[in-house]
Design a protein around this ligand. Structure first.
Ligand code: KIV
Ligand code: ZN
Length: 557
């Protein structure tokens, strides 16, 4: 059998009895390091050109990242050239620290320093893989041998830095594949490296712990981070960084839990581009903090620009459901969601804290519009349809008409199988409720009240039909005249009239639901005053019945 789970070895978590991180709450943003131009770039089908790298670098700076890994210059000539370009063209703001990656090999470290010559400040990031699988199967080396690679690399990094005293250096070490490394051994290697670098004597040092491959649930990663933070020497002089990948789909969760467990710094990429299933997504993690009222220390307000630039540079499109950035993430199609959102937005006052059902953050904070929130398809209900008419056409429907009209919209959506835009909804409303049958347009009306009620005279159609009737109110009087004239029974079941909001030519709208000879006919009308609107709506409803009946009857000779 090919699909055989028994072939896999369950991850053995660290046995921890003094776990503290579950009680921690993140209250401030970690130090961010964007690795789009290195880890992200290494994962692309078509690595970025220098122009694309420049564009993405400028975006990262604009968003506010202060540490940016720009490449692997000893391994790639374009990366080397890009590094030189940034330095020689003075394109690195003073508060930004570039970072470059190198393997722990002397000749590569030497070349790395050449790439960085003249930088005001920089992070030299040296790594070697420490995992059991790589020691056994890739390098054929024991623990001591692999530790020596790290120590030798650290020594070369330290020695060569003295050749470039004009640069403010930070050293970074990653035991690559940390999640697949025995914890006590990872701590031993890290200690050996910091013994060389001596952060306690003033050297800036970052220890970066990568989930090069995400191998377990995020709580296990948090345990590993808390364990190692407790164990390593010189902890208070170090910046502990995490670099998570997303193999199990939990890259962001693992980084968040790692921060709760003591990590100071987080590496990731915008939108999570990176090897295999990607790196930890900086957009998601930063916005998660933002949605908790925490300053993320980066500005994502122009999300459209972020997605545009990332897409252009990586040639990977953004998933429509990507947290915070996808086209559909602020859109509700479902009727009950639309209804709740509509009510919460109406309930809100300017300056209130954000507390809107189904919208974890205000779409406007990311440059999105409320117009995108409610979109209609066959899953939508009366609330959504009413919201669209109200929002785009200032038409507020009474509840009974919302129910009736939304069924009509739903039928249309089921027939066309997709989304129904606001223009189509309005057209359906016009065709179904506002259209006036030939010969049924109101031209004048005259109402007189006496002790017994109202005497109404109406004229409609061309040539004009004039009708007179009496009733307790205007509607009843006109109903009486219509019953008389056409020999039909007319009952008014529901009737609403209201003034319209600004931005329309008509001032009033009326909606009426009648039962004519046992058949339901609903209509609406727009007019300059509420009485005209009401009488027109009534004429339209009755007219629809009369016209339909005449059409259905065979012509007599
Ligand atoms: O995923 C990884 O381990 C890396 C290291 C080089 C930090 O990208
Ligand atoms: Zn990585």
């Amino acid at each position: 059998m090919a699909f055989d789970h028994s072939k896999y070895i369950p991850f053995q978590p660290v046995r921890k009895t003094d776990r503290r991180w579950p009680d921690q709450v993140i209250e401030k943003a970690p130090t961010w390091c964007a690795v789009d131009l290195r880890d992200g770039n290494q994962a692309l089908v078509k690595p970025m050109t220098v122009a694309q790298k420049q564009r993405l670098f400028d975006l990262l700076v604009k968003v506010g990242f202060k540490e940016i890994e720009i490449g692997f210059p000893a391994a790639s000539q374009p990366d080397f050239d890009f590094c030189r370009k940034l330095i020689e063209e003075d394109r690195i703001p003073d508060d930004v620290r570039i970072q470059v990656l190198t393997q722990a090999r002397p000749e590569l470290i030497e070349r790395t320093y050449q790439a960085l010559e003249g930088a005001k400040r920089a992070i030299v990031h040296v790594y070697n893989s420490t995992s059991t699988v790589q020691r056994q199967q890739v390098f054929g080396m024991d623990r001591e041998g692999v530790k020596q690679i790290a120590v030798n690399g650290a020594k070369v990094v330290k020695d060569l830095a003295t050749r470039y005293p004009e640069t403010d250096w930070t050293f970074q070490y990653s035991p690559e594949s940390f999640t697949g490394t025995e914890l006590d051994y990872a701590a031993e290697v890290v200690d050996a490296v910091t013994e060389v670098w001596r952060p306690d004597l003033g050297q800036k040092v970052i220890i970066n712990l990568p989930a090069t491959v995400e191998m377990a649930t995020p709580n296990v990663f948090a345990d590993q981070i808390e364990w190692i933070c407790d164990k390593i020497q010189r902890r208070e002089h170090l910046s502990v960084s995490v670099h998570t990948h997303n193999d199990r789909g939990c890259g962001v969760a693992a980084a968040e839990l790692a921060v709760m467990a003591g990590a100071d710094r987080v590496e990731g990429t915008l939108m999570g581009n990176g090897e295999r299933t990607g790196n930890m997504d900086l957009v998601t993690m930063a916005m998660n903090l933002y949605s908790q009222g925490i300053d993320p220390q980066v500005d994502m307000s122009n999300m459209a620009e972020i997605t545009d630039v990332v897409e252009a540079c990586t040639e990977i499109s953004t998933h429509p459901r990507h947290p915070y950035a996808g086209e559909l993430v602020f859109t509700a199609f479902s009727g009950s969601h639309q209804d709740a959102i509509r009510k919460c937005l109406a309930y809100r006052n300017d300056g209130d804290k954000w507390n809107v059902a189904y919208l974890p953050i205000d779409p406007r904070d990311l440059g999105r519009r409320y117009e995108e929130v409610v979109r209609i398809n066959s899953q939508s209900g009366k609330g959504g349809v009413a919201h669209v008419l109200e929002r785009d056409y200032k038409i507020s429907l009474p509840r009974w008409l919302q129910i009736e009209f939304s069924q009509c919209v739903q039928r249309e959506a089921e027939t066309n199988g997709g989304e129904i835009d606001s223009h189509t909804i309005h057209r359906l409303f016009e065709d179904r409720y506002l259209a006036v049958a030939d010969g049924w347009r109101l031209s004048t009306y005259d109402l007189h009240r006496d002790e017994e009620g109202v005497n109404a005279t109406i004229k409609f159609g061309k040539p004009a039909v004039e009708l007179k009737g009496h009733g307790l109110g205007a509607v009843e009087a006109v109903v009486a005249s219509l019953q008389d004239r056409y020999g039909i029974s007319v009952a008014v079941e529901a009737y609403d009239e209201f003034a319209l909001g600004e931005g329309t030519t008509a001032n009033a709208m009326a909606c009426i639901r009648t039962v004519v000879n046992g058949e339901v006919h609903s209509s609406a009308a727009l007019a300059e005053d509420t009485t005209s609107a009401t009488l027109q709506a009534l004429l339209s409803a009755v007219g629809n019945h009369v016209v339909a009946t005449a059409e259905a009857e065979p012509a007599t000779a």
